[in-house]
Ligand binder design. Structure first.
Ligand code: F6P
Length: 546
């Protein structure tokens, strides 16, 4: 047991509880009382303008939250992370995704070794390879140019590159087809390869551990598909398979030459890895220069998180606001609502980042937590969600803090007619934020001549908290800035809740049990210890199976 006071017994926590128990002014009142609120509660970081004025906070609330951050030494842990200390306590590892975007001349040591030269060595190797594929210099076994790239990976070895590829589609080489296979359901690989010519297809096997059953199974099937398509010559593998991993031995055992391996390290968590070698597919799609622009974007927010004072530190503020709602308003979820079609996979990416990091119920020393930790993160791009679940956010019984993300400009390659739709898109974003915050009073509804019996149904209480993140346009750098913003926000919350945000033991049990159940399905073997429900399901499956 550590001597650190329990979070909920800290005086800073009690002060927040007392503050919460006091009168909470409606956002309508808060804005009426302070004409400068929108400006005062806006923070600018790089190309991001982050408006947090529509939150249920006053200067006093923010001050108390910052005191909690100080008491829990968020900035101390932040500095330890940037220094390369082993803050991932359960795995005894450094947490250095920030080193992946450090400049060449930076010095960041892990176990006495400066890791930055190795980061740049791999980036250079990736750049060289990406350029060779993009130019057609790297050809397949039969001499044909590579036109299709299939990334095989799951979790952090899939969601990051898959998300970023969608986000940066306008920057991609449109002559290349990129696909992402993650699911062990054979349908995923089937659909990804059914219309591809093996002679023109490069597989990127992405796995930090190179032991993940889904990835190894899919990679093995992809290898068979390739060899079948190319006449069975094993030598073809070297021209059509590369690996992204920390595990040289397993990569070699799989039959991929180490020359075709792009390395990263155990101090990069899977969900923090798409700016490492895991981003190779993305780099092939957008080119090394754009990839480096994205890394520059990450670095802008890293530097900000490291240096900005608490009052103007965006990841700190966003993290604290999440703590305010999760721990003092019992909010269970957090919606991320991007108003950009290109951000269609953004929230799915954040789900792993946030929920795998902060879905924990024990503290760093193993003691159970007695407070809420990470929220359920969800959401899809607007305006689609407006016609599906926004009703519940507006008029349901749950408090759902939400982030809106939008851009002042549409992407350059749209036709003028499609660009003109952008104002309508953004009008919706702004309108939703306004409606959620200010609602519509019964008096306003009555004044419109609405019959009395309908007034309650058409009244919007408002006071729903939202953050609006507005950027000029969706560039590689802006994507890097957004991802780093959320990475550090998640960090802040984990630090306050005193949990290890960098392990993921919770996914292990399911993996172990799946391995145990599989022989019952494939060979009909007896599996001792199956519970009655699962045993009945397994029996039914075997009977129904053709
Ligand atoms: O889901 C657990 C997990 O370990 C993630 O953290 C990781 O991103 C994913 O599996 C894939 O792991 P790997 O890259 O080792 O195949």
């Amino acid at each position: 047991m550590s001597d650190t006071p329990k979070l909920t017994r800290r005086p800073e926590w009690t002060a927040l509880e007392n503050h919460r128990a006091g009168r909470q002014p409606h956002l309508r009142e808060l804005f009426a009382a302070d004409p400068s609120r929108a400006e005062r509660y806006t923070v600018r970081v790089g190309d991001l303008r982050i408006d947090y004025s529509k939150h249920l906070v006053t200067d006093e609330t923010l001050g108390l939250l910052r005191e909690l951050a100080a008491a829990t030494d968020v900035f101390g842990l932040r500095d330890a992370m940037f220094r390369g200390e082993k803050i991932n306590v359960t795995e005894n590892r450094a947490v250095l995704h920030t080193a992946l975007r450090a400049p060449r001349d930076a010095v960041i040591e892990v176990d006495g070794e400066n890791v930055v030269p190795r980061v740049h060595e791999v980036l250079d190797k990736m750049s060289d390879f990406a350029n060779r594929v993009r130019s057609g210099e790297w050809t397949g076994h039969t001499g044909k140019r590579i036109r299709n790239v299939v990334n095989i990976g799951i979790g952090g070895s899939d969601l990051g590159p898959a998300m970023a590829y969608e986000v940066l589609r306008p920057y991609t080489d449109r002559g290349l087809t990129l696909r992402f296979v993650s699911n062990v359901d054979g349908a995923d690989l089937h659909e990804a390869t059914r219309d591809l010519d093996p002679a023109e297809t490069l597989f990127i096997v992405a796995s930090k551990t190179f032991t993940t059953i889904e990835t190894i199974t899919n990679a093995t099937s992809a290898r068979s598909w390739l060899l079948k398509g190319l006449g069975g010559d094993e030598k073809a593998v070297a021209k059509h398979f590369v690996a992204l991993s920390t595990n040289t031995q397993k990569v070699t055992e799989f039959g991929i030459d180490v020359d075709n391996m792009f390395e990263f390290w155990d101090w990069v968590g899977g969900r923090y890895s798409y700016d490492s070698a895991i981003g190779l597919s993305l780099m092939i799609a957008i080119g090394p220069d754009r990839f480096r622009e994205m890394l520059d974007g990450f670095r802008i927010v890293d530097d900000h998180f490291r240096n900005a004072p608490a009052e103007a530190n965006a990841p700190l503020l966003l993290g604290l606001l999440g703590v305010w709602y999760g721990n003092f308003f019992d909010a269970q979820t957090h919606a991320v609502l991007p108003y950009s079609h290109y951000l269609s996979k953004f929230t799915a990416y954040l789900q792993q980042l946030d929920m795998e990091s902060n879905g924990k119920s024990v503290q760093r020393d193993g003691e159970p937590v007695q407070w809420q930790t990470g929220p359920v993160v969800w959401g899809t791009p607007g305006t689609n969600g407006q016609h599906a679940y926004y009703q519940l956010i507006h008029q349901g019984t749950k408090l759902i803090p939400a982030d809106f993300i939008g851009f002042a400009n549409p992407v350059a390659e749209l036709s003028d007619e499609l660009k003109a739709q952008h104002d309508l898109l953004m009008a919706n974003l702004f309108a939703q934020g306004q409606a959620l915050a200010f609602g519509k009073t019964a008096e306003e509804v009555r004044a419109e001549g609405v019959p009395e019996e309908q007034v309650p149904h058409r009244t919007f209480h408002g006071n729903h908290p939202t953050t609006t993140i507005l950027a000029t346009e969706l560039t590689p750098s802006v994507l890097g800035q957004l991802i780093a913003l959320y990475e550090h926000k998640v960090f802040v919350q984990g630090a306050i809740w005193n949990i290890d945000s960098f392990d993921q033991w919770g996914v292990e049990l399911g993996k172990v049990l799946a391995k145990r159940v599989e022989p019952a399905l494939t060979e009909g073997a007896d599996v001792p210890g199956l519970d009655p429900s699962t045993a009945a399901l397994v029996a039914a499956y075997r009977t129904l199976r053709k």
